[in-house]
Unconditional design. Structure first.
Ligand SMILES: Nc1ncnc2c1ncn2[C@@H]1O[C@H](COP(=O)(O)OP(=O)(O)OP(=O)(O)O)[C@@H](O)[C@H]1O
Length: 240
């Protein structure tokens, strides 16, 4: 199976700080890799570096074999990467409809894709003409995910989609992400909600201190509490 995304020895700085100090990971085509690790180890920085929002100064980032390490963010997006940022990245003054229309960069929105999205996230249909700033936190997250998936992409980068959301909203999000996965999407997911991480993840990669320290099947990590404790300082069972 070929890789949708590969990071080889990636280093990146933020201001004078050397934040990423050797990130190696891959997202095989049509699978979900979950990036795990304690707070502040560099998971968000890794996604932002793939997206070109921080610059890798060492190592290589390959998208389907093509080197995208030095490309500017708009070119990376056009190469087929959908991004759900931690801060959601929606336009508060624009309506739900306008937010989705702007996210469809290659032309008019495909009606079958839109139907799927609005069935997965019914509030987006209800509030179609409303300014996004008036949505609840959970509805904003649905819109953020919706913007990334409104067109089929080669790769989706999704940063902590369940963070701060009520359990019912997490259930809706989980169902939509499972449908995306079932469509054969390639996804790099940062997710601290371990039951969601375990349900979606085919592969797990664990980071510590700006480096990837473990990679393997999610099932292997999920089944080994001692390994979780050693890698992340906590066990998935206790936080499921
Ligand atoms: N804009 C910034 N300026 C300075 N330091 C930053 C900035 N963004 C992140 N950092 C630092 O980079 C390190 C990695 O942060 P990052 O957000 O990537 O971690 P994370 O693993 O995603 O953690 P969390 O789960 O808390 O979001 C942290 O020490 C953080 O303080």
């Amino acid at each position: 199976m070929s890789d949708s995304l590969t990071l080889e020895g990636v280093h990146a700085d933020i201001a004078q700080y050397h934040i990423l100090q050797g990130v190696n990971l891959s997202v095989p085509e049509g699978s979900v890799t979950v990036l795990l690790g304690r707070n502040g180890v560099g998971k968000t920085t890794t996604l932002r570096t793939v997206m070109g929002l921080w610059q890798a100064h060492r190592g290589r980032i390959l998208l389907g074999g093509e080197d995208i390490t030095r490309l500017p963010t708009p070119r990376i997006a056009r190469a087929g990467v959908g991004f759900v940022p931690e801060d959601m990245g929606i336009f508060s003054d624009l309506t739900v409809a306008e937010n989705l229309t702007l996210a469809a960069v290659s032309g008019p929105i495909d009606s079958a894709r839109l139907d799927w999205l609005l069935d997965a996230f019914p509030p987006l249909r209800t509030f179609w003409g409303m300014a996004a700033g008036n949505l609840s936190g959970g509805q904003k997250q649905m819109l953020s995910v919706g913007r990334a998936v409104i067109e089929e992409r080669r790769l989706y980068l999704i940063d902590e989609p369940s963070k701060g959301l009520a359990p019912a909203i997490v259930t809706t999000l989980a169902r939509a992400l499972k449908q995306l996965k079932a469509q054969g999407a390639s996804i790099l997911l940062v997710e601290q909600n371990f039951s969601l991480a375990r349900a979606l993840g085919d592969h797990a990669v664990v980071m510590d201190d700006g480096r990837t320290i473990w990679a393997g099947p999610m099932a292997t990590l999920a089944a080994d509490a001692a390994l979780q404790e050693r890698l992340m300082g906590l066990s998935m069972e206790a936080h499921g």
